[in-house]
Design a protein around this ligand. Structure first.
Ligand code: C2E
Ligand code: MG
Ligand code: MG
Ligand code: MG
Length: 283
């Protein structure tokens, strides 16, 4: 009897499971169409030198534009794309748009502004990211120096050998490498030292702690010092207050990104914004 009850409980869940699977399938269909119809785009968020206020980079962030003018954020569709393999064409698309953005920046007199592209571990497993980047560099005529790749700390550590090989090839091309969301994964210090990388990107959660006093900012401080010892630069993500920016600058963090400086912007708006501000922000 108990067994029977267990079984019928299972059956009771079935419609819900089917509905969830159905919704997922519908979302995937919609995402496929969006990609085919050019509704997946990027926005670009400025990255600034904290000492001078110079804009030295922009991070490309994927956006799904709906017909009603609203946008779906990447967290809502990148995981699905990764689970289904759609991340391969989607990743190619984002890379192409990012290289095209770099070409436009160059033409507008901002050749020194790097475009940073997020690449996930699944992308590295499923496609030859280096070959794809080489193709896009050739197609758009931009220099590898204008491109940066961001991989998360957990991706870098979990797939260490394979990821290290990809990053090594990218850096030999001249593409720079940043370790994203740093501090939230479990880094082996031995691995970190052997990782071909230029930049540690301090996770936003540590930046939020800065306003909360000395003991809470200890981790951000530690990451900056660690980076210094490894000859890496640091960039802070998610800077929202002037206090955070000042604290970071005073503690030796070279670069910053966050709503205090600018939100992510469509390329045309970014170009206007850069022209209007002479390529720098107030710090
Ligand atoms: P991420 O790479 O860590 O990107 C930073 C996220 O923080 C972005 O969210 C950005 O809009 C947000 N952000 C920036 N400044 C601030 C701030 O001052 N305050 C707050 N609260 N948030 C801020 P977004 O655009 O929703 O992207 C989320 C994540 O999706 C990204 O995190 C990245 O992991 C992933 N992602 C975005 N685009 C792509 C892509 O093209 N490919 C892949 N594989 N992943 C992507
Ligand atoms: Mg990122
Ligand atoms: Mg990040
Ligand atoms: Mg983050």
């Amino acid at each position: 009897q108990a067994k029977q009850r267990g079984c019928s409980q299972h059956l009771a869940w079935l419609p819900e499971l089917q509905a969830a699977a159905g919704r997922r399938f519908e979302l995937l269909q919609a995402l496929r169409e969006a990609l085919a119809q050019g509704a997946i785009g990027i926005e670009l968020q400025p990255q600034v030198e904290l000492e001078s206020g110079m804009v030295v980079g922009v991070e490309a962030l994927a956006r799904w534009h709906l017909a009603d003018g609203s946008t779906i954020p990447p967290d809502a569709f990148i995981p699905l794309a990764e689970a289904t393999g759609l991340i391969v064409p989607l990743g190619e698309h984002v890379l192409r748009l990012s290289c095209e953005a770099a070409a436009r920046l160059c033409a507008a007199g901002f050749a020194h502004v790097r475009v940073a592209v997020n690449v996930s571990g699944v992308q590295m497993e499923r496609m030859d990211v280096v070959a794809s980047i080489e193709r896009q560099l050739a197609a758009t005529g931009i220099s590898a120096r204008q491109l940066e790749v961001e991989v998360t700390e957990s991706t870098a550590m979990e797939g260490f050998m394979a990821v290290r090989d990809v990053l090594d090839r990218l850096r030999r091309l001249g593409v720079s490498v940043a370790i994203d969301d740093f501090g939230t994964g479990f880094s082996s210090l031995a691995h970190l030292r052997r990782l071909p990388t230029d930049l540690l990107k301090i996770d936003r959660s540590f930046i939020q702690e800065i306003d909360l006093g000395a003991s809470r900012s200890a981790l951000a401080d530690l990451v900056i010092r660690l980076a210094g010892r490894l000859d890496l630069k640091t960039i802070a993500e998610g800077i929202e207050t002037r206090e955070q920016a000042e604290w970071l600058r005073d503690h030796g963090c070279e670069l910053g990104q966050g709503w205090l400086f600018a939100r992510s912007l469509p390329l045309d708006v970014l170009l206007e914004w850069l022209q209007a501000h002479g390529g720098r922000v107030e710090v």
